[in-house]
Design a protein around this ligand. Structure first.
Ligand SMILES: Nc1ncnc2c1ncn2[C@@H]1O[C@H](COP(=O)(O)OP(=O)(O)OP(=O)(O)O)[C@@H](O)[C@H]1O
Length: 888
């Protein structure tokens, strides 16, 4: 849904409930120190700032110190930080209080690590998403509607990260708040759904490499969750809906003016610095009581953050800093910024809206209306009076010879309308999220209701468990612990390029679940660090991960990323059941779908019988008036036969439904059992209606034919046999098709996984390729320089033998041995360079081949997938035509 997106404001026309209470709070400010990076350690950097206890950041070189709500040392996990300073904002948002959490700091200080994280240490955003769904799960008495949007501000331009077409969006302010025009909002149904949207958005985000960070964010991003909730059950119009927005912000990092930049990078850097400067100014003004004007409008970032910063809702600011002495000044600036922000006062108000225009209310009302329509339609189909205006036309229809055909087509129209209504109801109900706990105990409603609820099994699809995972593999500790700075670091340099920043690789972990091959770690030092790698269909899969650390090391690459042996997390790091699978157990869904289909067939047949019986009634009245009318008798016979045939079909359907249910009993959980009992109840009620209708007809028939018996049922036996054979054949066909469908489904699933993984590999290879080509260019330049030095050396040697060289010769002779040594060394270096260059060329070729191979693989997979889908489509059509045709 594309919309005008309001930030931190009520939707248009909504009004706050009078009872909304306001409480004064201040911005929660935390400082997070990251460990020294391997590069900083190599350069012998000292510690300039450190965490002194839980609330103070202190300078090592002076007696400066600042106090905050919380200060976290380098060993603190993001989970801990989330629990301490972010969770209360998320909890508030679930109760209708707007919330904003953002990370601020210079480049490479750990903002993205804190907000997004990776598979080992998930960041605040994935933790918040998971928590939100946990809270829904724990709140069975409320219904929720979640929508998300994701945008970036790149060079002062707002782009939609959920919609590649949404570029350069306009920001507008009105009385209700700030609006981003045309931004796409998507309703989310599960944690996996929300995280996959973030991952897709990250693909579009602008990322580049800087002197400090190989994968540096070049844009600010804002991920917004809009949360609506209302009491569950029969919604009361007067009951207020709570609505709030949770903004999760990953800012781009400011760059020191000491850093040399040029071109695009310089432009990006100056936009980033300018917007962060404005943010700083806004924060100072907000804390200055005398300030009359606050320059929110000076940057897009501050315009979008206006409602959060000017005091509507909870704000948590996490300032990330590096302890390194070379960044001491930048760290000091960040600490001063954090200190100022601490003094901003905010109001926390619970947003309650009484307005029926809230989306959740709108959906609830629509569902109610659609259900009423559906009920009406059902009733009219059952009683054979499908649409009101046909009452007048009915008499006329019955007079015509083709009345049966017309009624039949009316019936079909009714069925189509019913199916459309059911589909719409199902779609709307799916958008409203409820706790699975309650839905298990709540009796399912009469209409097949597959409201989207999620249980532990779905929450476990997230590739991590609630507790943080700390590695015990010392060989991977690359951020060295210095005086307590010992957060275990998780990577070896060689994989730096493999973990694309912000690409949320933890979503790709699903590849680890099947067909994994155990490989020893690439460094070969630690056999315990065996890793599970997916069984790639390409023979290059293994070799790719076995490249040694030195081979991938490059000047700018920090060692902060996740190693290949953790790309697929192995034993104990998270349970295998946490890997993503289908949303609900396949078997359960298939059976309920099957029962649904049978039940729909049952409805259609009941409707047909009722219709035929009303025709029969009419005909018998006619027969009563016109005795000896052969045509009427013939028609009555035909209709009567059809009624009998349909009755047999209904009986067989009843058998099939109860068979399906007894099959499902063995396999399914409580939910399926309640569905089964619902089906039984439904059957009972349908049966009663049917018997009731049949009773009327028999009675009418017996009255109409007093003294004039109906023609005898000579074809009964024949019909029984024919339909039994037909049913058996159909049963056989259905079971074959179901089997084929499930195979295709699993095949599809596997191919999809393969293709996602291959895509990941392709992008990793291309990053590697880029790094290699940079190296080659450098080496070529060096080569050129050395060759020219060598050439000039040779010239000098030759020149010394010339006519004017007598004096020079003496001089030269004196230095000859040293020069010869130099020349030899230069030649050796040149040779070595040539060799390295050749090696790198070979590597580039190999990488290119790998990339081409992977792309080909990917293309093949898509073709196979398309073929499979096509085959399935044909099978389905075949099935539909046979199956439905036989009942028509
Ligand atoms: N607390 C931490 N523990 C371990 N590693 C960290 C920590 N913080 C940051 N890192 C590592 O430091 C590197 C830089 O971090 P990150 O990319 O998050 O910085 P950033 O502030 O987002 O930079 P930029 O502004 O350039 O995008 C990453 O490799 C990250 O994994």
């Amino acid at each position: 849904m594309a919309s005008r997106h309001r930030r931190g404001a009520f939707p248009a026309g909504a009004k706050a409930a009078p009872e909304a209470e306001a409480a004064k709070e201040s911005v929660a400010v935390a400082v997070r120190f990251r460990p020294l990076s391997p590069r900083e350690v190599r350069r012998g950097e000292k510690i300039a700032w450190y965490a002194d206890g839980e609330t103070v950041a202190r300078s090592e070189q002076s007696n400066l110190a600042y106090a905050y709500d919380r200060v976290f040392g380098p060993t603190t996990t993001t989970r801990h930080i989330y629990d301490a300073v972010a969770q209360y904002v998320v909890n508030g948002a679930m109760k209708g209080i707007n919330g904003t959490i953002f990370a601020y700091g210079v480049t490479s200080s750990g903002k993205t690590h804190t907000m997004h994280g990776d598979q080992i240490s998930p960041g605040v955003i994935p933790l918040a998403v998971k928590d939100i769904f946990n809270i829904i799960q724990e709140t069975p008495n409320r219904e929720f509607l979640l929508r998300v949007s994701y945008l970036e501000i790149y060079n002062e331009v707002v782009n939609d990260l959920l919609n590649p077409a949404g570029q350069n969006l306009r920001i507008r302010e009105d009385l209700q708040g700030t609006i981003v025009e045309g931004i796409k909002e998507e309703a989310v149904l599960s944690p996996v759904h929300a995280l996959s949207l973030i991952a897709a958005g990250e693909e579009l985000r602008h990322v580049g490499s800087t002197n400090f960070n190989l994968l540096s964010s070049r844009s600010h991003t804002i991920f917004t969750l809009t949360i609506e909730s209302s009491p569950r059950g029969q919604s009361n119009e007067a009951e207020a809906v709570t609505l709030s927005q949770l903004n999760l912000i990953d800012l781009a990092g400011s760059e020191s003016s000491r850093v040399e930049t040029a071109g695009v990078h310089q432009k990006e850097g100056s936009y980033i610095n300018k917007s962060l400067l404005t943010l700083g100014k806004v924060i100072s003004k907000l804390t200055d009581e005398k300030a009359t004007h606050i320059p929110f409008r000076d940057s897009k970032l501050t315009r979008l953050l206006k409602s959060s910063l000017s005091g509507q809702g909870r704000v948590s600011l996490i300032c990330t800093v590096t302890p390194a002495s070379s960044n001491s000044e930048e760290t000091h600036n960040t600490l001063k910024f954090a200190h100022r922000a601490k003094h901003i006062e905010i109001q926390t108000t619970q947003n309650k809206i009484m307005d029926a225009r809230s989306l959740i209310k709108k959906y609830q009302n629509e569902i109610r209306q659609l259900k009423e329509e559906l009920e009406q339609l059902r009733r009219s189909i059952r009683t054979g009076t499908p649409i009101e205006d046909t009452m007048q036309k009915k008499h006329h229809l019955l007079e015509t010879k083709d009345c049966n055909v017309k009624l039949q087509s009316r019936l079909e129209q009714g069925e189509e309308a019913k199916a459309a209504l059911l589909e719409r109801i199902e779609h709307l109900t799916e958008l409203i999220l409820v706790s699975a706990k309650a839905s298990r105990t709540t009796k399912l409603s009469h209409c097949p209701r597959r409201r989207h609820s999620f249980g532990e099994e779905e929450l476990a699809y997230l590739p991590y468990e609630r507790q943080d995972i700390i590695l015990d593999n010392e060989s991977n500790m690359l951020f060295v612990p210095i005086e307590g700075f010992g957060e275990k670091f998780k990577s070896s340099p060689k994989e730096e390029t493999e973990n694309q920043k912000g690409h949320l690789n933890w979503l790709n972990l699903r590849k680890c679940d099947s067909g994994s091959t155990n490989l020893t770690s690439s460094d070969g030092e630690n056999p315990s660090s065996t890793k599970s790698l997916p069984a790639l269909s390409t023979p290059l899969g293994i070799g790719f991960f076995n490249v040694t650390s030195e081979q991938r090391m490059s000047d700018y690459m920090l060692a902060e990323n996740v190693p290949a042996n953790l790309l697929c997390v192995g034993h104990g790091e998270f349970p295998s059941d946490s890997l993503p699978v289908q949303e609900t157990p396949l078997v359960s869904r298939k059976t309920s779908d099957h029962v649904d289909i049978l039940r729909e067939q049952f409805n259609i047949l009941s409707g047909e019988v009722a219709l035929h019986q009303s025709v029969l009634k009419r005909l018998s009245e006619e027969a009563g008036k016109n005795a000896m009318n052969e045509q009427i008798e013939m028609e009555m016979k035909v209709v009567n036969d059809e009624v009998k045939l349909n009755k047999q079909k209904i009986a067989s359907l009843e058998r099939r439904i109860s068979n399906s249910m007894s099959d499902s009993r063995g396999m399914h959980d409580n939910l399926e059992l309640s569905l089964a009992s619902e089906c039984q109840e439904f059957l009972l009620s349908e049966r009663t209606t049917f018997q009731h209708n049949t009773g009327i007809v028999q009675e009418t028939g017996s009255q109409a034919h007093k003294g004039k018996p109906l023609p005898s049922d000579v074809s009964d036996e024949f019909l029984k046999k024919a339909s039994q054979a037909e049913i058996d054949e159909l049963k056989q066909r259905v079971s074959e098709l179901t089997e084929a469908k499930s195979q295709l489904d699993s095949c599809n699933h596997k191919l999809l996984e393969e293709s996602t993984y291959a895509k990941g590999l392709a992008s990793v290879t291309s990053v590697e390729l880029k790094a290699l080509s940079v190296k080659v260019t450098k080496l070529m330049k060096q080569n050129e320089r050395l060759s020219s030095e060598l050439a000039s050396g040779r010239n000098q040697r030759r020149g010394s033998h010339g006519p004017r060289g007598a004096r020079r010769e003496n001089h030269t002779k004196r230095y000859e041995p040293a020069r010869r040594g130099d020349m030899n060394a230069l030649e050796a270096m040149l040779k070595e360079k040539d060799q390295r260059q050749a090696e790198l060329h070979t590597k580039i070729e190999e990488s290119k081949q790998k990339e081409a191979f992977l792309e080909k693989e990917l293309a093949n997979m898509w073709t196979v997938l398309a073929n499979l889908k096509k085959t399935r489509g044909i099978d389905q059509e075949d099935f539909d035509s046979k199956y439905n045709g036989s009942w028509a």
